[in-house]
Write a protein that binds this ligand. Structure first.
Ligand code: GN1
Ligand code: MG
Length: 370
């Protein structure tokens, strides 16, 4: 059996094997290897029998109620069971049971593990290389929203209260800043704080839209970044949206903004490369979304799109900066200062979006009018 990987930073701990043995999957376990690039949970691929499945250790600092997450996964799976299979549609990972008939396994060190199906013959992209890939991402996100358009949002738990409610993140930052002594903060931190101060009005824009009745609660994915879109190896079509722990009642605009900020910036979230919001990729992505979302995406929804595009990198930048000021308590880092660098890159993306506002608004209108 193969356990671990050549990268010492990504070793598989023995608890993962203990957890893998607890799930009710047939066949001998052949390998347990790290999977994905997530910043929150630890994820492994388990090769067993003739297939694979996914094992995850849920991060207790982020997800306080793993049971609620599993309830949501089961509610989504049973909602989808009632739908006929669309050959051009997407599939979602399904939860697996433990040998004892439970949804979660607690290892001896009291960590919480769960298992889901592996989407076979698929791959994720590190960056979008061509517009056709962006179109597929947009189509997949639209399909996801469409699949749950007939599920009342309150049927799912709010697994992370405040998650993707932008004003909550600004409050958390203000709270942290009030505790820090700013004289000791670096010039980069102060610069980042000024950047945010100049954009405070933007932060509540979607929540205000909700209060005004312009925007409505729906089922949101919560984390539709490029890493979480799986493509079919053979056809290149998007076939799945994974990482369903953040699926909850929310505004679809957060999903759209998050997907754009992730896909339209080829330089990505990590260091290196210059950060630019790519209009060609954006246009293809939105065209893919509109192709399948016409039935539920209204004129008023369109009016809030530009704000959502600009808001999400600002929101993520605020989250990274807050975590930097908290000593990297939330997002995994490889080195100190990484969350500050991540924040700066999100702010560069905001600047690039703002510089292209006229063109962005024109693309949105043109595509919406079809
Ligand atoms: C986190 O760990 P991962 O990749 O699933 C975060 C997202 C951020 C993302 C940025 C629950 O996602 O909100 O957009 O990092 N998830 C949570 O890479 O906070
Ligand atoms: Mg996630």
């Amino acid at each position: 059996m193969l356990i671990g990987s050549v990268d010492p930073q990504r070793m598989v701990p023995p608890e993962a094997l203990e957890a893998a043995l607890a799930f009710a999957v047939e066949g001998d376990i052949k390998a347990v290897t790290p999977l994905g690039r997530g910043l929150i949970n630890d994820t492994y691929r388990v090769k067993q029998g003739s297939g694979s499945w996914v094992l995850q250790r849920l991060n207790p600092r982020v997800f306080e109620s793993p049971e609620a997450i599993m309830d949501n996964l089961h509610a989504m799976a049973s909602h989808l069971e009632s739908k006929s299979l669309d050959p051009e549609g997407i599939q979602l990972p399904k939860p697996l049971w433990t040998l004892e008939g439970r949804r979660l396994f607690r290892s001896r060190d009291d960590q919480c593990w769960r298992a889901i199906t592996y989407i076979d013959q698929s791959l994720s992209l590190e960056r979008i290389a061509r517009p056709s890939e962006a179109f597929e991402v947009g189509r997949a996100l639209g399909l996801f929203h469409g699949l749950f358009d007939d599920l009342p949002p309150e049927r799912l738990h709010d697994t992370l209260p405040g998650f993707h409610e932008a004003p909550c993140y600004l409050l958390a930052l203000d709270h942290r800043v009030a505790q820090c002594s700013l004289e000791e903060s670096s010039g980069s931190v102060l610069e980042a704080l000024h950047f945010i101060d100049a954009r405070r009005d933007l932060v509540p824009v979607l929540e205000r839209g909700k209060l005004k009745g312009d925007l409505h609660l729906a089922i949101m994915h919560g984390d539709p970044k490029l890493d979480n879109v799986l493509f079919d190896r053979a056809s290149g079509r998007a076939i799945s949206l994974i990482d369903l722990d953040t699926v909850k009642p929310g505004l679809r605009h957060y999903d759209l903004g998050d997907c754009f900020r992730s896909c339209c910036n080829a330089a990505g979230e990590a260091e290196g490369g210059s950060v630019v919001f790519d209009l060609t990729i954006f246009e293809a992505l939105l065209a893919g979304y509109f192709k399948v979302a016409r039935g539920f995406f209204s004129r008023v929804d369109v009016d809030y799109l530009y704000d959502a595009i600009r808001l999400l990198p600002l929101e993520l930048g605020i989250r990274f900066l807050t975590d930097h000021l908290l000593g990297d308590a939330y997002f995994k880092v490889d080195h100190p200062g990484q969350n500050l660098l991540r924040a700066q890159r999100q702010f560069q993306l905001v600047v690039s979006i703002e510089a292209q506002e006229v063109a962005l608004r024109a693309i949105i209108e043109r595509l919406y009018r079809g």
